[in-house]
Design a protein around this ligand. Sequence first.
Ligand code: BES
Ligand code: ZN
Ligand code: ZN
Length: 487
Amino acid sequence: MLEVVFTKGRIGVEAVRIFVCGEKSRLELDVLNQNEKEAVLKACRQSKFEGKNGQFVEVLGGKSKIILAGIGKNPGEIEWQKLGGSLAKKLFKDSVACYIVNEIKGCKLSKIEISYNVAFGLMLGSYRFDKYFTKKQQNEYPALEQIIFKLKEADEAAEAFKKYAALANAVRYGRDLCNEPANYLTPQVFADDIDRLKYLGLDVEILDKKILQEKGFGLLLGVAQGSVNEPKVAILKWKGKPDKEEFDVALVGKGVTFDSGGISLKPGAGMGDMKGDMTGAAVVVASLKALALQAAPVNVVGIVGLVENMPSGSAIRPGDILTSLSGQTVEVLNTDAEGRLVLGDCLTYVQDTYKVKKIIDIATLTGATMRALGSEYAGIFGNDSKLIADLIDAGEKSGENLWHLPINKAYDKMVDSSVADMKNIGGANAGGSTAACFLQRFVAEGVKWAHLDIAGVDRVEKSTELCPKGATAFGIRLLNKFLNVKL
Ligand code: BES
Ligand code: ZN
Ligand code: ZN
């Protein structure tokens, strides 16, 4: 993995040197010798380098290679992270690089902030999921092994980077979980991996099928009953404030390790992407990992429902009626609307067991939200405007954007059933809102609740600065911002 180093001292000649400047700001080239300076200025003129965002120029070659990068006007944290991600792509053949950090005119960030944001972007942008290639994919994988940031405030930058390094590790872990195929990542394997996180000081509890039956997780078990892979529920606790009994917030994640649709089978095209229907669970687990690595001063409980949704002779049928852990009954009219069933029981369990006052659930829940928002925003629904506003704000600051979508009594009425307390589908339209209303029926009076529907943002079809094609693990950064700042 990429090693990130901060130094105030001299740098060796073996490293590629990186200089960044903004639009209308000057390149500071003091560390270069006269020949190098002339070569840089000539290259700038020839390529009309103006420091615009996305502009890169390579000067000289071999051991003396220099990269100039533009960052544009008034760059914020996200722009710096993206620059780091782009640099990861530029540094394919070079194993060591040194970024000579300068202040940028018009940029509110200090050199320390610039360094750790670029480093964070490099760690995300260089992420690859390559364990299944039997031959190394040449030219596909960044060769960079070490990045050195040269600045006077190296010690402070190294200290501040620790939190971001922890978060980058958590995001990479979350992406690994989501990219794993469902034949590897069964509920059992997922639960075993979660159990392993005890080494970080997390408290982990795994409920197996027998316990789930005894307790009465009727909805979750209904989804699982068509699969040979038995369901699990995992509970993770991080107590960053050990003297306090209560948890500040509960995180609830949908962990459908594969969603075939069940008897209401999905069409074949794109079904392979449904290995990622456990992204909500991966985000919850990775978020707790991040808090533990950061030793964050918050108390958070996470719960994830891990099941596989398969058609078989033992699968639930459209028309079946299930009794939930809450006691409410559900008519299952479409076995492909399984996520809300899994989440419903998890919501009940976490509230009954931990008396939480604030809950955030996260799930690849509806195609309807995906169609409404595409890959630009995830949908946020909820019953508390402050919680929603805080999450949207954390999203903006972390580059994971949320758009508030509505719930109300009329949408709620659409999930009434003629034979049970509710049905698991609404009408033809407003699928995101009716799914959220279904979930709200499992949220107790007085509990502040937000629901993030991340269908559509859980993966990218084309690589971006900060993520190669595949799983994004959307939500870890925004939840980390929220949990560190807003509680
Ligand atoms: N996992 C899907 C939602 C989904 C769709 C996630 C596309 C990622 C990309 C979910 O379980 C589902 O199938 N929902 C149905 C619900 C419907 C049957 C009421 C949907 O949205 O089509
Ligand atoms: Zn489904
Ligand atoms: Zn699903």
